[in-house]
Design a protein around this ligand. Sequence first.
Ligand SMILES: NC(=O)c1ccc[n+]([C@@H]2O[C@H](COP(=O)([O-])OP(=O)(O)OC[C@H]3O[C@@H](n4cnc5c(N)ncnc54)[C@H](OP(=O)(O)O)[C@@H]3O)[C@@H](O)[C@H]2O)c1
Length: 440
Amino acid sequence: MPIKNVVSWIAMVSAYVENWDIGNARKVFDEMPERNVALWNAMIMGYMREKSGVDKGFELFGLMPERNAVMYACVITGFVRSARVDKAREVYDGMCREWRDPFCSNALMNGHLKMGRLEDAVRVYEEMMVKNVVSWSTMVDGYMKASCFEDGFGQNGYGKEALEKSKDLKKYGSWALVTGSTDGIGKAFAFELAKNGLNLVLVGRNPEKLSNVSSEIRLKCVGIEIKEVVFDFCGDLSYGISMIKDVIEGLDVGILINNAGVSYPYARFFHEVDDELLTSLIKVNVEGTTKVTQVVLPGMVMRKKGAIVNIGSGAAIVIPSDPLYAVYAATKAYVDQFSRCLYVEYKDKGIDVQCQVPLYVATKMASIKRSSFFVPSASGYAKAGLRWLGHEPRCTPYWPHSVIWAFLYSLPEAAIDAWRYGFCLKIRKRGQLKDSKKKE
Ligand SMILES: NC(=O)c1ccc[n+]([C@@H]2O[C@H](COP(=O)([O-])OP(=O)(O)OC[C@H]3O[C@@H](n4cnc5c(N)ncnc54)[C@H](OP(=O)(O)O)[C@@H]3O)[C@@H](O)[C@H]2O)c1
């Protein structure tokens, strides 16, 4: 070839690598006048595929001018596959936290588990900033393998821990406060908490709905005490908060579920969001969540125990954008970061703060009447939600939602943006049509 360019060099190296001829691939690589990232990646991947090449690959990785997350993942899996988990851990510790994607962490967890080191795997799992369904199932599998189930729960209790992620809810205190408890997820949480023997402070804006929910719970869960606070978050927030303060005075409120939330009636562009909707989104989702937390937290700090669950949304975390629901998604991003910071602030004060990130749940907000495998009923969601209480700063409790999350994580953001935009445009069109029919 009279003139070779970078494409021809890459083609040569890749061809040798694909044919397992790593020696000739290296010769070409060494002869090249200049090397780009793709070439470094191809060469290191070639080495890392074989047990005998792992050290050479690692050596080359050390010479790489600019390392990237893909190469870290490749080196870590190479070491894990050669059963050199300590070396994999060393590389993992050396990479910046943002690059530790689930792929790397899952590989390392797997390596630890293969060596029978459950504690080390748990450590990796707990340090993970983003977990996916593979991380979760790897850990469950690890726990299961670590237990013998001789005494029904496993010799060392790990099996039990994996199966029952939930904690004893009453250990936080004998009362729970739920906002938005008159419908959907909040109502379901109230029921589940009562079933677990917790007394309830129910907050809702509609006195009739509130009293109906209380009666239903009293009927099904005999002996549960219930206090009601009628309070519209869109109204006078200070007055509402002072009512909550009075009601919880002297009660050991151990669990707070900040669930009340509003979304758009249907998708719309930001310039179409009127003032009333804008105000309610901010007042209910942001101010309400913040102020209720502020009034309940001091008691928890005093008692050195408590759990706060703030209901976020996949709209802010799972998908890169939620076009035509901009303000809703942004308020939920606030909830997420608010929770993450409080988690760190109050962790050593015995308070577990968590943001739960549901995807679609069959409620009136989602305009979905029937549940399905990927869309749980409110009660299905609440059951899963309570199992996760106190376990992580951010979680997606209903596991099929994690499957969707993992799938979306593997797609390019631009593709998800385009799909979501098209999807929401259709919702907007349907909503506008309904509106115009109502006006006729
Ligand atoms: N459903 C989903 O697919 C989904 C997905 C992700 C996140 N979420 C989040 O999950 C939470 C619960 O939603 P959901 O699906 O259960 O919705 P929902 O069925 O509409 O219930 C919302 C609850 O919040 C209450 N609420 C609304 N505005 C209020 C206000 N101004 N003052 C006081 N209470 C108010 C409602 O009271 P009324 O009974 O009087 O209406 C109801 O009890 C929300 O934070 C939502 O953002 C839901």
